[in-house]
Design a protein around this ligand. Structure first.
Ligand code: NAP
Length: 333
């Protein structure tokens, strides 16, 4: 089969690799569409924990079940599915185990003609979504969903800030927070992205490239209850300029840098919670799909690249001009 492989020397190549065969409890999914996440940039730069190369990249994918291994219900064959993108987060568990692994390094991922998955990772593709739309969901939508619901406990009437609205997780954060009944504000490096977010239902936004954006946000909003953030400020105290008492910062990434300073006493006196979040459990994924279906939410797709141009799709992700997900489609028949 053809696959996008990150070689041991960090080079991305499209090449022929052996097609895997499903073993006990496994299924083989013929990929119809895959999507990119910022994670793949960290991996391609050798900056992701537990690097193991070569690996087939891609955590997000949707397709059709082509074959099943021993012990798997044969009724899955021919079903259109979207894959929960990780292993090692066990049913009923509040947190993932140390075995938690995301598809696409160290396990082989979805940017290939076929991907091998444990049966329990399969979810039926919601019928109202195309393969490209379904493939856009797994990592980004799940991260936003858990961040807002399980960690941020967002409810109707709250004011929510989505930081860096151009990002994949942020896009889902905007859609979910609005559907949960929150009033949503955004930041971006570009005014046109703020304007697009307003068209989608956000109340307003500020450019995080302005030095005084926390003060601007306070004037605009009167105070924020929950922040969903993939690029926290290195001086966390500046969040106190706009956070309400009891506010929560739910952070899922460190795009802006890995270290931050914090004045602890200001945070506890204001009853502020700083909450980390990572993707979500298999049950979160099922709940998220049901919520999306109930509200008929669709992911925003920035661009679709044919499989044979998958490396160009990575360049587009690195350039950061996107508004929504970058999808790979037209896999070899
Ligand atoms: N914990 C998890 O489970 C998890 C899951 C997914 C992603 N992540 C991490 O979360 C981060 C975002 O991931 P993604 O896939 O959504 O990325 P992405 O689609 O590549 O998003 C990048 C966006 O980040 C925004 N940004 C960049 N620098 C910023 C800054 N200094 N302040 C605020 N926003 C900034 C930009 O927004 P504008 O274009 O609007 O300026 C940019 O479009 C990455 O670090 C990723 O590794 C973690």
């Amino acid at each position: 089969m053809r696959a996008l492989v990150l070689e041991a020397d960090q080079q991305l190549v499209l090449k022929e690799v052996p097609t895997p065969e499903p073993g006990e409890g496994e299924v083989l999914v013929k990929i119809r569409a895959a999507a990119l996440n910022h994670r793949e940039i960290w991996i391609s730069r050798g900056l992701y924990p537990g690097m193991k190369l070569p690996s087939i990249l891609g955590a997000d994918g949707a397709g059709v079940v082509a074959a099943v291994g021993h012990g798997v219900d044969g009724a899955w064959i021919g079903e259109s599915v979207v894959a929960y993108p990780a292993t090692g987060w066990y049913p009923e568990a509040e947190w993932p185990t140390r075995d938690f692994k995301v598809l696409g390094m160290p396990q082989d991922g979805t940017i290939a003609e076929y991907v091998l998955l444990p049966e329990e990772n399969l979810c039926r593709k919601p019928e109202y979504l195309s393969f490209e739309e379904a493939a856009s969901l797994p990592v980004a939508a799940l991260t936003a969903w858990r961040g807002l619901t399980q960690r941020g406990r967002v409810y109707g009437g709250q004011k929510v800030l989505i930081n860096g609205i151009g990002g994949g997780v942020a896009q889902f954060g905007l859609a979910f927070a609005l559907a949960l009944g929150a009033e949503v504000f955004v930041t971006s490096s570009r005014q046109e992205k703020i304007d697009r977010a307003i068209d989608m239902g956000a109340t307003g936004g500020v450019r995080y490239t302005d030095g005084d954006w926390p003060e601007q946000l306070r004037s605009l909003t009167g105070g924020i209850d929950v922040v969903l953030d993939g690029a926290p400020l290195p001086e966390l105290d500046r969040y106190l300029k706009f956070l309400n008492v009891g506010g929560k910062v739910v952070y899922y990434g460190s795009t802006g840098g890995r270290n931050a300073t914090i004045n602890l006493s200001k945070f506890f006196l204001r009853q502020i919670s700083l909450l980390g979040t990572t993707m979500g459990s298999p049950q979160d994924f099922v709940d998220m799909l049901a919520f999306m279906e109930l509200h008929e939410l669709r992911p925003l797709i920035d661009s679709v690249f044919p499989f044979e141009e998958a490396i160009a799709a990575f360049d587009a992700l690195r350039n950061g001009g996107q508004f929504g997900k970058i999808v790979i489609s037209d896999f070899p028949a």
